[in-house]
Design a protein around this ligand. Structure first.
Ligand code: SF4
Length: 448
């Protein structure tokens, strides 16, 4: 039995693809292993959003092969494989197979061809129409939380982003298949599902199948209601695209307790001029109107975002616009990135005229600013009782366990490992830099 070690970089879509790759390989007689040094086959699921992705892949392939008498078969999957294709064979010595983002369903065949002695096998083809999106319990990253892809690809072509090229155009999965998937996950004990995709709220399936009984202003808000009706305990979704974020999404959250208190809505910049150069398709004003609906909800919905500083042409005024926007919205968390050009994107052709020093200064300034806001946002939970899905032992402390609230905060508390997998009440007592600490409300303790 050949052993396979699978390493994953990047977003939830990549993690989800890897889960299905592992599912497919195990069903075809391969054994998945956590030991790279014992593997006959090493697969690297790559991410091109990271800077110098190719260089890192080069280093990684070298490390994998170093010191091994019997060199393992090395396969490259994911975005770098899709973008670079066969050129990777020339650029990096020691790669045996290249499998694109939509070809992962044929991984067993590709590996089979390499094992049969074929050199340099490439598959960059499209996904099969009957592609199996399911994942076995053993191959899921968590027994309690599951990723459920609902849409893949992206049609937005933001000028800085490589994803539309690496992941192709938007294709929505059928609602009936998604609902079936969620029902199966619920039956196997999963407590929380994350509906995932580059832009979940751009969801637009070919047919109404599965949505007939659910009303809503957009296919996505209808899907949210349909998934909520499965009765699975918690539903989160990301990422949302601001232009396609309809107020009806908030209506759906307010109607359904199991739709969680969290929206991730990347803004990228607080300057209309930069947003136009990024081709984001929204202005600051329009974005803030969407935020208003979330902020005035009867539910306490946490909002998180992504921001790029130092985009080509960004002036001090543009940057100040971003600081002002962050002050206005008061995000629960913001993932801030310094702009760096990605070959193949329209922004790569722009004059990257913001110096590295300025990018770093703006990054640190905004990060410091956001840190203060985040602390204040976290403080509002002190004294509140949150429902926490306990997922694992806490990383650094014995006798503590860790999980997430419905507002997607990490919450740690003292408690036995047998709570893992349960949803429990935790009273928040303390704020850490990126998480909350609390006390487990054992049955019998008063809630207030
Ligand atoms: S919406 Fe823009 S940033 Fe997001 S994946 Fe698509 S092109 Fe990239």
């Amino acid at each position: 039995m050949k052993k396979v070690y699978l390493e994953t970089f990047g977003c939830q879509m990549n993690v989800s693809d890897s889960e299905r790759v592992a599912t497919a390989l195990s069903s075809r007689g391969f054994e998945m292993t956590g030991r790279e040094d014992q593997a006959d086959i090493v697969l690297i699921n790559t991410c091109s959003v990271r800077e110098k992705a190719e260089q890192k892949l080069y280093t990684r392939v070298g490390e994998i092969r170093k010191g091994r008498i019997h060199k393992p078969i090395v396969g490259v999957l994911g975005c770098v494989a899709q973008l670079e294709g066969e050129t990777l064979f020339r650029k990096i010595e020691g790669i045996d197979a290249i499998v694109g983002t939509r070809a992962v369903g044929r991984i067993s065949e590709v590996i089979g061809r390499v094992l049969d002695g074929e050199d340099e096998v490439t598959d960059l083809g499209e996904r099969e129409r009957d592609y199996d999106w399911s994942v076995t319990d053993e191959q899921r990253h968590s027994p309690h939380v599951a990723f459920v892809p609902i849409i893949e690809g992206c049609n937005k072509f933001c000028t800085y982003c490589i994803v539309p090229f690496s992941r192709g155009r938007e294709i929505s999965l059928s609602a009936s298949a998604i609902i079936r998937n969620v029902l199966e996950l619920k039956r196997s004990g999963v407590r929380e599902v994350h509906l995932i995709g580059q832009n979940v709220n751009s969801y637009r399936p070919e047919s109404d199948s599965g949505l007939e009984a659910f009303s809503g202003k957009t296919p996505f808000s209808r899907l949210l209601r349909a998934v909520a009706a499965t009765g699975i305990e918690r539903i989160k979704f990301n990422t949302s695209f601001p232009r396609d974020f309809h107020a009806d999404i908030v209506d759906a959250i307010e109607e359904n307790e199991n739709l969680c208190n969290w929206v991730h809505l990347p803004v990228q910049s607080g300057s209309d001029r930069i947003l136009r150069m990024m081709k984001r398709g929204h202005s600051v004003d329009k974005y803030l109107k969407k935020i208003d609906r979330i902020a005035t909800s009867e539910r306490d919905i946490a909002v998180t975002t992504d921001i790029i500083v130092g985009f080509p042409g960004e002036t001090e005024d543009d940057f100040q616009g971003t600081v002002d926007l962050v002050n206005t919205v008061k995000y629960d968390a913001a993932y801030i990135f310094k702009y760096s050009a990605r070959p193949g994107t329209p922004a790569y052709e722009m004059d990257d005229d913001v110096t590295p020093e300025t990018k770093t200064r703006r990054f640190l300034e905004l990060q410091e600013h956001q840190r203060g806001i985040q602390k204040a946002r976290l403080r509002r939970y002190v004294g509140q009782v949150l429902k926490v899905l306990v997922e694992k032992p806490a990383a650094r402390f014995d006798h503590q366990v860790s999980g997430h609230s419905t507002c997607h905060k990490v919450v740690n508390f003292e408690g036995p490992a047998n709570l893992i997998g349960q949803i429990v009440d935790v009273r928040v007592t303390e704020v850490k830099s990126n998480s909350l600490f609390g006390q487990h409300m054992s049955p019998g303790l008063p809630l207030s």
